[in-house]
Design a binder for this molecule. Structure first.
Ligand code: SF4
Ligand code: SF4
Length: 336
C-alpha cells in the first residue's frame, strides 16, 4: 500500500495554506508561459508542463532590492531590507531537476559569505517535489545520475497515480511537519499504480572523465568550434536551475536610490569587463568555455558536485541551437 493524497485534498491543502497567509508558489500559466509563480487559488496550478524558468527564483529572484538610500542635507539615510520580512512559503509541483539544484545553490550561498536573502527564504520554504511523467528530447537528468523520481531537495515528494491523486513520501523534518499540521488531508492509502514515468536520454555522462579532460584543456580548438554561434544572450544561464551569478548595482540619483541584486550571466561580454577597459574574456568562446568549465570542473573542484541537473532548459531556449549535452558527449568521447 502506498500513502496517498487525492487531488482534491492536495487542492484543499494549497487553498488552506493560501488562506493562512502562506505564499504558495507553483507552476502556473503566466501570459501563456508556464512559470513558478505565487498562486491565488489551487486551480491555477498546472502540473503537466515544465516551467520555462526554474524554481530557483523562489529563493533568488530575478531582481531584488537590498537597501535604499536617501540624502537630506549632509545626512545620508540608509534603509536595509530585512530578510525577516520574507513570507513563509510552500513551493509545490517542483520538478526533480529543479529541486535537486536547490541544495547545490545552498553550497554557494552559504560558503564564505552567508547570503541571508537566499538563506532566509530557504529556511522559510517547504518544497513539495513532483515526479516527472513527461520528458522531451532535451531532458537528460538520467545522464547526470538523477531520475524522474529523484527526491533530493524536496521536503515532501508526490508521484502521480493512475486514476488521479498522488503517492506521497516525506523526505525531511519540514515535510513531516507539513503532514502533521494537515494530517486530516494525508490519511489515504492506495494500491493504485504509478503513472508511467518520463524516460529521458539515458546515455550517462562520465563526469570524472569530462572533468579530467577539462582539467587539461583550458586551451583547445573545441571552444572556438562550439561557441562560434553563441550570441551571448545569456538565456541559457537565466533558465538554468543551477546558474547563480548576480550583479549588485546602485540605481537612482545623488539624492535617493536603491541598491539592487540582479541575475547576471558569464555569457555576457560585460560580465568580466574591467573598469580599465580590459576584458579577460574578450571573445565569446572564452565566455562559453567558462560556462562549461564552471558546470563540470570549477564547481566540482570546490563543492564536489556538478552544476548541471540535466533539465534541458538551456538546450530548448538557445536561439542558435547550442546543445550542452552534445558538447559534453563530444568531450567524453575525446581520445585525450
Ligand atoms: S546547464 Fe542546461 S541542462 Fe544543465 S541544469 Fe542548466 S539549464 Fe539545465
Ligand atoms: S542561450 Fe545559446 S546563444 Fe545565448 S548565451 Fe547561451 S549558448 Fe550562447
Amino acid at each position: 500500500m502506498k500513502k496517498y493524497i487525492s487531488q482534491q485534498n492536495l487542492n484543499t491543502l494549497l487553498d488552506n495554506l493560501i488562506a493562512e497567509g502562506r505564499r504558495v508558489v507553483a507552476p502556473r500559466m503566466s501570459a501563456g508561459i508556464p512559470l513558478y509563480e505565487p498562486l491565488t487559488s489551487s486551480t491555477e496550478m498546472v502540473t503537466g508542463l515544465l516551467p520555462r524558468r526554474s524554481a530557483k527564483e523562489a529563493f533568488f529572484p530575478v531582481c531584488e532590492e537590498l537597501m535604499s538610500y536617501e540624502k537630506e542635507g549632509q545626512q545620508v539615510k540608509l534603509t536595509d531590507v530585512d530578510p525577516a520580512r520574507f513570507p513563509e512559503t510552500v513551493l509545490v509541483g517542483v520538478r526533480p531537476c529543479d529541486a535537486v539544484a536547490i541544495p547545490v545553490l545552498d553550497a554557494v550561498f552559504s560558503w564564505d559569505y552567508k547570503d541571508e536573502f537566499f538563506l532566509e527564504r530557504r529556511r522559510k520554504t517547504t518544497i513539495i517535489g513532483l515526479a516527472c511523467t513527461t520528458a522531451d528530447d532535451a531532458c537528460f537528468c538520467t545522464a547526470v545520475g538523477l531520475s524522474p523520481t529523484e527526491t533530493r531537495g524536496s521536503d515532501l515528494f508526490l508521484t502521480p497515480l493512475v486514476g488521479g491523486g498522488y503517492a506521497f513520501e516525506s523526505c525531511s523534518a519540514k515535510g513531516e511537519q507539513l503532514i502533521t499540521n494537515h494530517k486530516e488531508l494525508f490519511t489515504g492509502q492506495t494500491k493504485a499504480k504509478t503513472l508511467p514515468l518520463a524516460a529521458p536520454q539515458t546515455e550517462k555522462i562520465d563526469v570524472k572523465k569530462v572533468k579530467g579532460w577539462l582539467d587539461e584543456h583550458f586551451e583547445d580548438p573545441l571552444w572556438d568550434g562550439v561557441a562560434v554561434r553563441c550570441v551571448g544572450c545569456g538565456a541559457c544561464a537565466f533558465v538554468c536551475p543551477a546558474c547563480h551569478c548576480f550583479d549588485i548595482v546602485d540605481e537612482g540619483t545623488e539624492k535617493a536610490g536603491k541598491r539592487r541584486k540582479s541575475w547576471d550571466a558569464c555569457g555576457f561580454w560585460k560580465f568580466t569587463h574591467h573598469a580599465s577597459g580590459h576584458n579577460p574574456r574578450d571573445l565569446q568562446p572564452k565566455r562559453y568555455r567558462n560556462r562549461i568549465m564552471h558546470k563540470f570542473k570549477y564547481y566540482n573542484d570546490k563543492f564536489g558536485q556538478t552544476l548541471c541537473t540535466g533539465c534541458g532548459r538551456c538546450v530548448r531556449i538557445c536561439p542558435v541551437g547550442i546543445d550542452i549535452k552534445a558538447i559534453i558527449d563530444t568531450i567524453m568521447n575525446s581520445e585525450c
